[in-house]
Design a protein around this ligand. Structure first.
Ligand SMILES: [Fe+2]
Length: 392
C-alpha cells in the first residue's frame, strides 16, 4: 500500500442541537478575546442568535464582524484583516456557508503570517499556524469546516485562487443540522449538489484510498437519498440531517483524496461569469463524468448503486452508465441549469476558459482521466449545448 496522509479537524461535534456545546468548547480552548466572523444574511435572519445563546449562557464575551461577501475577493479579506489588526483576538468563530468559513480560515493565518494574502496562494505556502478557529457551517455543501482549502476570487485577473495548508483546519467543527433548516430551496439544491460532486470526485480521484472511499461512498448514499426531500419538503428534518452528515463526510473525503476536473472546470465560471460555486459544479457534473466514465467503470458502477440505481443483469459498462443517468436525473429534478448559455457564456469564451482550467494542475492531477485543453474545450462545448448534447 502507498503511504497516505489523512487529516481532519482536531475535534468534530455533530448532531441536531450540537451548537449548544460551543460555549464549553470556547472555555476548553481557554480563549479570552473572541471574534465571530459571519455575513449579513446570518445576522439579519436571526440565525446567529442560535450560536450566541450558548455563548451568553457561559458568560462569554465576543465581538462580531458580519462583512464577509459571497465568493469573497482578496480585497474583502484585506479589509477585514485591517479592521481586526491589533485587537489581539485569540479565537475566531466562523458561522456561515463556505464563503464565510473560508474567510475565517484565511483571517486566522493572516493574523499570524503578516504576508500579502496573495503570497499564500498555492499548496503549503503558509509558514506559521494561525490563531485557533471554531467553524460552524449553516449550509450543507462546501465541507469547508473540515478541509485545509480556502478559495477566493482575485479581482485583478478575475480568477479563483486557492490556499491549501493544514494550518487552515479548525480546532473544532460543530455541524448542527438545525442551523440549515431555513436555507432556501435553490441554495439547498446548489450546495447539496456541490457536496455530491465532492464525494464523487473524491471516490474517483487517483489519490483515493480505502479510508476516503468508505467515507465518500456513504456521503453519496446519504446525499442521493435525501437531497430531493431537503429541497422540496421544508419540514423534512431527516433529509436535512442526512444532508448535514453527507456534506460533512464528503468534505472529509475530498479534503484528503482531492477533487478533480468538475471543480477545475468550474473555476473560470466563478471567476469571470460569477456563477456561484455550487451551481457551476452541478451544471458541469454530468458533462465531466461522461468524459471520465471509461477511466474507471468499476467505481462509477459502485456510485450508481450508491445512488440507488438497480443494476441487476447489467454489464459493467451499462452499470457505470447508470451513474451518469442518476446524476443527470437528479440535476434535472432539482432544476439545476443545464446550459452554460444561461450564464452568458458563448462559443467565443470557450478557448480562454479551457486554457485557464487547464492550468489548475492541483485539481486536474487528481482526475481519473487525463485532460488537455482540447478535451476541456469539448466538455465546455457540450455544456454550452445543454443536456441534449448528452443524448448524441
Ligand atoms: Fe466544491
Amino acid at each position: 500500500m502507498d503511504i497516505f496522509n489523512f487529516q481532519t479537524p482536531t475535534k468534530l461535534i455533530l448532531g441536531k442541537g450540537a451548537i449548544s456545546e460551543i460555549g464549553v468548547e470556547v472555555k476548553r480552548l481557554m480563549a479570552a478575546n473572541i471574534l465571530i466572523v459571519t455575513d449579513k444574511v446570518i445576522t439579519q435572519t436571526g440565525l446567529l442568535q442560535k450560536v450566541l445563546k450558548p455563548l451568553k449562557e457561559e458568560k462569554i464575551q465576543f465581538d462580531i464582524h458580519d462583512e464577509v461577501v459571497p465568493e469573497p475577493p482578496f480585497e474583502n479579506l484585506e479589509e477585514l484583516a485591517n479592521k481586526i489588526e491589533g485587537k489581539g483576538y485569540d479565537l475566531l468563530i466562523g458561522v456561515g456557508g463556505g464563503s464565510v468559513l473560508d474567510a475565517a480560515k484565511a483571517l486566522s493565518i493572516m493574523m499570524t503570517n503578516g504576508e500579502d494574502i496573495r503570497d499564500l496562494v498555492g499548496t503549503n505556502k503558509v509558514k506559521t499556524p494561525g490563531i485557533p478557529t471554531i467553524l460552524v457551517p449553516t449550509t450543507s455543501g462546501t465541507g469547508s469546516e473540515v478541509t485545509s482549502n480556502a478559495i477566493f476570487t482575485d479581482n485583478r485577473d478575475k480568477v479563483k485562487k486557492g490556499i491549501v495548508s493544514p494550518y487552515l483546519l479548525p480546532a473544532v467543527a460543530i455541524v448542527d443540522a438545525e442551523l440549515t433548516y431555513t436555507v432556501p430551496p435553490a441554495v439547498t439544491a446548489a450546495t447539496g449538489m456541490d457536496a455530491l460532486v465532492h464525494a464523487i470526485e473524491a471516490y474517483t480521484s487517483v489519490k483515493a484510498n480505502d479510508l476516503t472511499d468508505g467515507i465518500a461512498l456513504q456521503a453519496i448514499k446519504l446525499i442521493s437519498r435525501s437531497l430531493r426531500q431537503a429541497v422540496y419538503d421544508k419540514h423534512n428534518e431527516k433529509a436535512r440531517i442526512d444532508m448535514s452528515m453527507g456534506s460533512l463526510l464528503a468534505g472529509i473525503s475530498f479534503g484528503n483524496a482531492g477533487v478533480g476536473a468538475v471543480h477545475a472546470l468550474a473555476y473560470p465560471l466563478g471567476g469571470k461569469f460569477k456563477v456561484p460555486h455550487g451551481v457551476a459544479n452541478s451544471l458541469l457534473l454530468v458533462y465531466v463524468i461522461r468524459y471520465n466514465l471509461v477511466a474507471n467503470l468499476q467505481k462509477f458502477a459502485e456510485i450508481a448503486e450508491a445512488m440507488g440505481e438497480r443494476l441487476e443483469g447489467l454489464s459493467l459498462r451499462e452499470a457505470a452508465d447508470r451513474a451518469l443517468f442518476a446524476m443527470a436525473t437528479l440535476s434535472k429534478d432539482l432544476g439545476i441549469p443545464s446550459s452554460l448559455r444561461e450564464f452568458g457564456v458563448s462559443e467565443d469564451d470557450i478557448l480562454a476558459m479551457a486554457q485557464e482550467a487547464s492550468q489548475i494542475d492541483r485539481l486536474l492531477n487528481n482526475n481519473p482521466r487525463w485532460l488537455t485543453v482540447k478535451e476541456i474545450e469539448q466538455i465546455y462545448r457540450e455544456a454550452l449545448e445543454g443536456l441534449a448534447a448528452l443524448t448524441k
